[in-house]
Design a protein around this ligand. Structure first.
Ligand code: NAD
Length: 275
């Protein structure tokens, strides 16, 4: 789909660009410029959500790019408080985006205490059948939540978008998803800048070897691990930098060095404690 960016195949048969642009916390009109810069840099996969309050700006940047809609891969998400009105919330998202369809629509969090994610998933199945969401998936789902979907609904999610970075690799969920033909999308791929991941000597040493930045090395690690990533940045320089990760390769030893940084360091909410 995008020059240089490999595609992975979803269980629908559709391709998804393995690298995209994340938009969390770029609120409202502030999102239009960075999204336009990302599109100019070559990104064609954009990850947004109703929660982020920037769907209008994402849609405007797409429209103003002049690039045909079908060259983009656009994801948005159902917010937690809308799990009991998924079809209406989806239409509102489409309207804000100014699009006829999205490529992927996700349940943002399972919110198990509210016990609505199974019925919300059934609504997403209807949206998928309508053709307005080419694929449907989930986010922040644990194995137990996926198993309930398998038992009680008909469509297997195309992706599970979970917190994943070198200090929190979620091997169990990743292995379970891959065994069930569900692609893994890694949110917070750079550790959200919340812990000094990018200053870790193991990473800066590898970066120096390849004449790349620490951020590029971590993104490259995700790519070689088979994760789909969409780093977020509002800096034009970093937007370009984060896209420039397809002209080098980490050795198996370097991948293993980064694998060894696992420290079970969760940055976001635990999915069972966020309702
Ligand atoms: P991220 O790991 O992409 O980190 C973003 C931070 O890293 C930014 O503050 C930026 O300043 C910094 N950064 C970006 N590029 C850099 C570089 N090359 N060098 C140094 N620093 C750099 O975190 P994120 O934005 O939380 O995650 C990526 C995307 O995942 C989000 O934008 C959003 O689209 C999605 N997301 C989804 C969920 C979910 O619950 N499904 C939660 C969080 C994020």
């Amino acid at each position: 789909m995008t020059a240089g960016v490999p595609n992975l195949e979803l269980n629908t048969g559709a391709d998804i660009p393995q690298l995209g642009f994340g938009t969390y916390k770029i609120v409202g009109g502030d999102a239009k410029t960075p999204v336009a810069e990302a599109i100019a840099a070559g990104y064609r996969h954009i990850d947004t959500a109703a929660l982020y309050q920037n769907e209008e700006s994402v849609g405007q940047a797409i429209a103003e790019s002049g690039i045909p809609r079908e060259e983009f891969f656009i994801t948005t998400k159902l917010w937690n408080t809308d799990q009991d009105r998924a079809e209406a919330a989806f239409e509102e998202s489409l309207q804000r985006l100014g699009l006829d369809y999205v490529d992927l629509y996700l349940i943002h969090w399972p919110c198990p205490e509210r016990n609505l994610y199974v019925s919300a998933w059934k609504a997403l199945e209807k949206i998928n059948e309508s053709g307005k969401a080419k694929a449907i998936g989930v986010s922040n789902f644990l194995i137990e939540h996926l198993e309930r979907l398998f038992a009680e609904t008909s469509i297997v999610p195309a992706v599970n978008q979970i917190e994943l970075h070198p200090a929190f690799q979620q091997k169990d969920i990743t292995d379970f998803c891959h065994a069930n033909d569900i692609q893994i999308e890694a949110w917070g791929p750079l550790g959200q800048g919340k812990y000094p991941l990018l200053e870790t000597p193991a990473i800066t040493d590898i970066a120096q070897q390849h004449q790349k930045t620490a951020g590029q090395v971590v993104l490259r690690w995700h790519i070689q691990r088979g994760n789909i990533v969409f780093p977020k940045s509002t800096s034009a320089e970093r937007i370009v930098q984060n896209f420039d990760i397809f002209d080098f390769e980490l050795s198996a030893e370097e991948v293993a060095v980064i694998d060894a940084l696992e420290s079970n360091k969760r940055l976001g909410h635990h999915p069972n404690e966020w309702n």
